[in-house]
Write a protein that binds this ligand. Structure first.
Ligand code: MG
Length: 347
């Protein structure tokens, strides 16, 4: 929660007509996870960068559990015993203080490379992109569960694949109507907020959040990206969420708002070097793109990028990607891929 003191508001009121608006500073972290047994939690970043060094402080009830180095490296005094812990940071900006709470997650996330596409739905009876499908993916022990996000006419975020639900266009319909829609498994169409709250109950399966390009305008896609990042920040979910999109500018917007977010591009036409230049986390390309450009896998790894492929349901293609050390494989058949990964581990 950001806090601006009443004095600041008064100050801004008096100078508002004479001075250009001062950009609101924002605190983010380079990393929201802490390895089990370790204490280092990454660095605190203040953006936009102030003139001179920003004075960041640990505040609040948990302040005594952490130290903040001169280089803004945040450390816990001892290894985190709970699945996650909150830290409150404040930075002075002129006469006001910006304060925000961040959740540091103990990194017990599974690294078996299996991403359940739209949740684990195909063999479980859950509807795709339902909270039930997410919970099945968690129960199976997938490294990640993927889902798709759109924005209603009145800017509320919903999880669904298509632009419409049985002919009702999400972007042209208010949230009050969308919230009443039922999925085939009896759940209501989930809001992103409800979906995140379900995913944040655990720290084993990552939430792979696909921001769908708007079907109405490019600008609406940018607004959607902003709303998504703000909601993730509101729920302190940064440690759980990786982002993917077919719209490169949506990913760039995410990076602008959360500079160290893990973002991967879906569309397939950009070579690894271009993604590395733009500080992307990696690519998540259609399997046919990687079959056409198998050298991109090695190239990506050399550049420090992650490799993911969608939507891989054939056993042969799973083997092909596993042999080439793809970091993630997105599939409608997580059970089959989990079995393959387990077999590989025992060989
Ligand atoms: Mg998707």
């Amino acid at each position: 929660m950001r806090i601006v003191t009443p004095f600041t508001l008064l100050f801004c009121f008096f100078i508002g007509f004479h001075a250009p608006a001062m950009a609101q500073q924002q605190i983010t972290l380079t990393k929201y996870t802490v390895k089990p047994g370790a204490t280092e939690a990454g660095q605190v970043v203040v953006s936009p960068a102030a003139k001179g060094k920003a004075k960041v402080k640990l505040v609040g009830a948990s302040a005594h559990l952490f130290t903040l180095g001169k280089d803004h490296t945040l450390k816990a005094k001892k290894a985190i015993s709970e699945p996650w812990v909150d830290v409150v940071l404040a930075v002075g900006q002129g006469p006001s203080t910006v304060q925000d709470t961040f959740r540091l997650v103990k990194d017990e996330f599974i690294t078996n490379r299996v991403i359940a596409h739209r949740g684990a739905f195909k063999n479980t009876g859950a509807t795709e992109n339902s909270i039930g499908a997410l919970q099945h993916a968690i129960k199976l022990g997938c490294a990640g569960s993927e889902f798709d996000v759109h924005m209603s006419a009145d800017s509320v975020l919903f999880v669904h694949h298509d632009h419409d639900v049985d002919g009702i266009h999400i972007e042209k319909t208010p949230a009050a109507e969308l919230i009443k829609l039922k999925l085939p498994n009896g759940e209501n169409l989930p809001t992103l907020e409800a979906y995140l709250q379900a995913g944040l109950q655990q720290n084993k399966t990552k939430l792979i959040l696909e921001i769908k390009p708007s079907s109405l305008s490019k600008a609406r896609g940018q607004a959607l990206a902003r709303k998504v990042v703000e909601l993730v920040q509101k729920h302190k979910a940064q440690g759980w969420v990786d982002y993917i999109s077919f719209d490169y500018d949506i990913l760039k917007k995410v990076q602008e708002l959360e500079p160290y977010a893990k973002v991967a591009y879906l569309n397939g036409e950009k070579a690894p070097a271009e993604l590395a230049k733009d500080k992307m986390y990696g690519f998540d390309y259609h399997q046919s793109v990687l079959q056409k450009n198998p050298h991109w896998i090695e190239e990506a790894h050399r550049l420090g990028l992650t490799v993911n492929a969608w939507t891989v349901n054939s056993p042969d293609m799973m083997d092909w990607l596993l042999e080439r050390k793809a970091d993630f494989i997105t599939t409608n058949e997580p059970e089959l891929l989990l079995e393959k990964v387990r077999k590989l581990a025992t060989e």
